[in-house]
Design a binder for this molecule. Structure first.
Ligand SMILES: NC(=O)C1=CN([C@@H]2O[C@H](COP(=O)(O)OP(=O)(O)OC[C@H]3O[C@@H](n4cnc5c(N)ncnc54)[C@H](OP(=O)(O)O)[C@@H]3O)[C@@H](O)[C@H]2O)C=CC1
Ligand SMILES: CC(C)CCC[C@@H](C)[C@H]1CC=C2C3=C(CC[C@@]21C)[C@@]1(C)CC[C@H](O)C[C@@H]1CC3
Length: 417
């Protein structure tokens, strides 16, 4: 049995908050799936009906779900163009990660393309979203339980700083082991970027095909939502290595929160705008579409500019692209950027991400609140994430972080927040 980890302060409202989230998150996801296809599509009302067990449990959906996971595992195991090292661990070692996520996206697209041209009815996928979401949720629960048990025999150095409070509900939710692996297969890294993210754009595509089947051609609004979100997912996989420095990989254990978030929440709620558009077609004229494209482009420009600037700086501070930027030295030997994107606000990448989130909802018009769910949820997620990151940076950098906060007083939105 592994010894108890450090007594870090409890997050997410402690065990009660964790238990509430474990019920609330799946309930919200099923609510959204049901409401998106209902006539009134009311975000805040009761669901139109409660699904019977047979609408959730389907052997066909189970087979499809397992095939999907199997395919993504196989693509993960293919030879990678590069193998990257992760951040230094407690025991001073570093883990290796294959960088082949973009390759997995392209190969999935090729296989799906071949399948569709051979008669695979991808347009039937929207009808299976409910049972597929149920399979994904079930998988997240079972998987998190196995991960919790696996952590019981893990060495103390393999445990995450946060998910080892001794309270089983809290630890099950947050995750005990930092980088659970079998041989070189890293479960958290695999789940963070593959089945859910690629599944999300596949569901979007299926919704587009279904719309084309129903109405003769896909709507402009549906094409924009598909295009914007494909760009976002393609970008994440192209810059896959950057995920190795996120708090999910370096700080959080792998438990229910990330397993459910990665496998169920991302594909089935992030595709909400496309789900809404299939059942509630929205007129969109070219001038408005151009404005929305411009908003997405501005968001992407800030998001990518900020992320790339920080990544280049962290990789090599003397890189000519970032060498001229002003910095603050910290006691750890690392430096903090105080000019460029990171001198504007303390989380410019979140600002860009939020602007893109707005652009993803605008094609759905203003008649319903439902397609704006992502923007509302994402604002809450990023405000909370920013607060967690601040806490971790204050611990890491102490006075230098306080100086950074003084020089760059706004967190996400200049002059507002
Ligand atoms: N769509 C979605 O659901 C989600 C999207 N995201 C996106 O993922 C991306 C990654 O986000 P996330 O991992 O939260 O955080 P960041 O990429 O913003 O990383 C935060 C880290 O950056 C470093 N840092 C902070 N300030 C500076 C500075 N001034 N100079 C140099 N380094 C600095 C610190 O780490 P260190 O000093 O150790 O390098 C800090 O811990 C973002 O673009 C975000 O928008 C995130 C969550 C969910
Ligand atoms: C279910 C809960 C409310 C919380 C779940 C959180 C997860 C959905 C997110 C935690 C961090 C994420 C990141 C991404 C997707 C969402 C999750 C998994 C990205 C891969 C999205 C694309 C970006 O370019 C990188 C992101 C890293 C963090």
């Amino acid at each position: 049995m592994a010894p108890q980890g450090s007594r870090a302060p409890l997050e997410f409202g402690g065990p009660l908050g964790a238990a509430a989230l474990m019920l609330l998150l799946p309930a919200t996801m099923f609510h959204l799936l049901l409401v998106a296809r209902s006539g009134p599509a009311r975000l805040l009302g009761p669901p139109p009906y409660l699904p019977e067990p047979k609408a959730l449990w389907s052997p066909r959906a189970l087979l499809l779900w397992l095939t999907w996971l199997g395919l993504q595992v196989a693509l993960y195991l293919l030879p990678a163009r590069k193998v990257a090292e992760g951040q230094e661990l407690k025991d001073k070692s570093r883990l290796c990660y294959p960088i082949n996520g973009f390759q997995a996206l392209v190969l999935t697209a090729l296989l799906v393309g071949l399948g569709v041209s051979a008669g695979l009815p991808l347009g039937a996928l929207p009808e299976m979203l409910l049972p597929l979401a149920f399979m994904a949720t079930l998988t997240a629960f079972i998987f998190s339980l196995l991960l919790y048990l696996k952590a019981l025999i893990a060495p103390a150095s393999a445990l995450a700083p946060g998910g080892n409070s001794g309270n089983p509900i809290y630890d099950f939710f947050l995750g005990r082991e930092l980088n659970p692996r079998i041989c070189s297969f890293d479960f958290k890294y695999f789940c963070e970027l593959r089945p859910g993210l690629i599944g999300w754009v596949l569901i979007n595509l299926a919704l587009l095909l279904q719309e084309a089947e129903l109405r003769g051609s896909p709507s402009l609004a549906m094409c924009l939502v598909n295009g914007f979100q494909l760009l976002y997912v393609g970008d994440a996989l192209w810059h896959e290595e950057a995920v190795l420095t996120t708090m999910d990989i370096t700080h959080d254990g792998f438990g229910f929160m990330l397993a459910f978030g990665d496998l169920a929440w991302v594909p089935f709620t992030y595709s909400l705008q496309a789900q809404f558009l299939l059942y509630h077609p929205q007129p969109l004229e070219l001038p408005m579409a151009s404005v929305i494209c411009l908003i997405n482009a501005v968001g992407y420009y800030i998001f990518r500019g900020a992320n790339s600037q920080k990544n280049s700086f962290r990789k090599n501070p003397s890189d000519p692209k970032v060498a001229g930027l002003e910095t603050i030295s910290t006691a750890t030997g690392r430096q903090l950027l105080v000019s460029g994107w990171w001198g504007m606000v303390r989380h410019p990448n979140y600002l860009g991400d939020l602007i893109m989130a707005l652009a993803w909802s605008l094609p759905c018009g203003m008649s319903h609140l439902l397609p704006y769910f992502y923007l509302i949820y994402f604002t809450a997620l990023l405000v909370h994430r920013e607060a967690r990151d601040e806490q971790q940076c204050l611990q890491k950098y102490g006075l230098a972080w306080q100086e950074y906060c003084r020089r760059v007083p706004y967190r996400i939105m200049p002059y507002i927040y």
